[in-house]
Design a protein around this ligand. Sequence first.
Ligand SMILES: Cc1cc2nc3c(=O)[nH]c(=O)nc-3n(C[C@H](O)[C@H](O)[C@H](O)COP(=O)(O)O)c2cc1C
Length: 171
Amino acid sequence: MGKKYLAIMASHRRNKFTEKYLDKYINELLEDGHEVEKINLVDYDIGFCKACGYCGKKYGECCIDDDMQVLYEKLRKYRNFIFASPVYFNTVSSRAKIFIDRCQMLYECKYNYKKPWAESCEKGEGIIISVAGACEYDNQFSGSEIILDAFFKNLDVEIKEHVKICKTDFE
Ligand SMILES: Cc1cc2nc3c(=O)[nH]c(=O)nc-3n(C[C@H](O)[C@H](O)[C@H](O)COP(=O)(O)O)c2cc1C
């Protein structure tokens, strides 16, 4: 049976390498009968987590009233995710990191309130697409994998695949 995926595009640049590789991956999933909703973080106004502690006092709430509120609802609905980010200093983009930090709310739901945020407790899968400009070198993708593993854990999602693309700066 086909799965439903939420695809998150975290490059600052539209239609550049990260988005192109993500779209290629999405098309393959669609051809295989899966469903995919794609969101481009560039289209959302998301402020920094300021560590105010509000989500530690109110289950499932973040006091910052911005577009992240819409994205929380999407995260709640899906069990399968694709996260595509460029590699910046061996980790995800700043845009991705701002989004991930705002998922501290999900961390509190799971580990503090012990009532995870996802609508269903069905096991989910996470796919990472990391796009790097330089030729391959040690630890080029390590930071991205560590951060996204922590992000996915909040949603009870296990990494199924990490697609690693390099050398885009030579294309
Ligand atoms: C601030 C910055 C940091 C970067 N750091 C790395 C890096 O650590 N390793 C690497 O291989 N490429 C690095 N790159 C290159 C990008 O990963 C590459 O250009 C990628 O294609 C960007 O994704 P985009 O095409 O979707 O914008 C960096 C680029 C920028 C702008």
